[in-house]
Design a binder for this molecule. Structure first.
Ligand SMILES: Nc1ncnc2c1ncn2[C@@H]1O[C@H](COP(=O)(O)OP(=O)(O)OP(=O)(O)O)[C@@H](O)[C@H]1O
Ligand code: SF4
Ligand SMILES: [Mg+2]
Length: 312
């Protein structure tokens, strides 16, 4: 369905996506996880050709959607792609809802076929658990709670019956109980519509609950990827191990995610060798010299660490 190859993206002089490969198959939910600023949103936006050209530039790589490189699409091709095949749910809360139009008007706009719009809107609202507003045509986004607004955003994303949905931190702005309801809704829609999903989050716990495959990103590159079961039971990259170790336990919910010591490096000042070197508990001398290549561990499991095979 989607295959990203060797993607490099720059903002000004900083290369913030430094050669990313990633694939999403039909009906699969693929997670992209990593700390704030590592480049997740930039990868997601690139995959839908939504990088603002005044700010950023895709320097090289391929973004194959059903085998065709969308980096070569013209404006008309992109319009069709975004309106019908790929939908994006943005990270900034509610930035895709327009405050001056009603929910109904906005949903109508998002529909692929405009005939029988009222029926279609009711159907979609029902599928996202908002049947109670399907009769209320004059509701504006600000009259809804955060959770309901997020349901509307998801409704808009599926209204065009896309094949691929990119969800960028879809629940980060919501409190935990609402978060769980939205995640359940996403899982349910995925099954029902056989959606392919690229699920972006800084929260490994949420990614574990949603994704079939997981890509762990650090400083602009994938450092580990594999089926969820491999990442959960046999993480090989020290960064992934750190993320797993910092998932708050049920007893200690208040503890924050940032339990890995040290800070993420600045893109303007990346270490020469392994980018995780300054923070890595397992580092050895040679890690400082050269950034490791990504290596196959077993089956479909890959890691970018010189010690990946010994760190079981
Ligand atoms: N429009 C922009 N102009 C300049 N730099 C940007 C822009 N957008 C992002 N960046 C920089 O690119 C890097 C990657 O940003 P990106 O938003 O992709 O990270 P992220 O992993 O999605 O982070 P977060 O978890 O905070 O959403 C960051 O260092 C960020 O400061
Ligand atoms: S290559 Fe070295 S520094 Fe980098 S993660 Fe592996 S052990 Fe740590
Ligand atoms: Mg982001």
């Amino acid at each position: 369905m989607l295959k990203i190859e060797g993607l490099r993206v720059k903002y000004g002089a900083d290369e913030v996506v430094r050669g990313v490969d990633l694939a999403v198959k039909k009906g699969e939910c693929v997670g992209l996880v990593g700390e704030s600023g590592c480049g997740k949103t930039t990868v997601g936006l690139s995959a839908a050709r939504l990088i603002d050209a005044r700010k950023g530039k895709i320097v090289s790589g391929k973004i194959l959607f059903e085998g065709r490189d969308i980096l070569e699409f013209d404006a008309e091709g992109l319009r069709k792609l975004r309106g019908r095949r790929i939908s994006y749910v943005f990270q900034e809360p509610f930035s895709s809802l327009n405050p001056v139009f009603t929910v109904h008007e906005q949903l109508k706009e998002a529909l692929r076929e405009k005939g029988k719009a009222q029926e279609a809107i009711s159907e979609i609202l029902k599928s996202v658990g908002l049947e109670k507003i399907s009769g209320k045509k004059n509701i504006y986004p600000h009259e809804l709670s955060g959770g309901m607004q997020q349901r509307v955003m998801i409704a808009m994303a599926i209204a065009s019956r896309p094949d691929l949905v990119i969800l960028d931190e879809p629940t980060t702005a919501l409190d935990v109980s609402v978060q769980n309801q939205i995640l359940e809704l996403i899982a349910e829609l995925k099954e029902k519509m056989n959606l392919s999903i690229l699920f972006i989050s800084h929260d490994l716990r949420i990614v574990f609950s949603m994704a079939d495959r997981i890509n762990v990103m650090y400083a602009g590159r994938i450092v580990e990827s594999g089926p969820k079961k491999d990442i959960v039971s046999q993480p090989r990259h020290p960064y992934t191990k750190g993320l797993i170790g910092s998932i708050p336990s049920l007893k200690n919910r208040k503890k924050r995610f940032e339990a890995i010591e040290g800070k993420t490096p600045l893109f303007s000042d990346l270490p020469k060798g392994c980018k995780f070197y300054p923070r890595c508990k397992f580092r050895i001398e040679k890690c400082e010299d050269e950034e490791p290549a990504i290596e196959n561990i077993s089956g479909d499991h890959f890691a970018r660490c010189v010690r990946a095979k010994e760190l079981v």
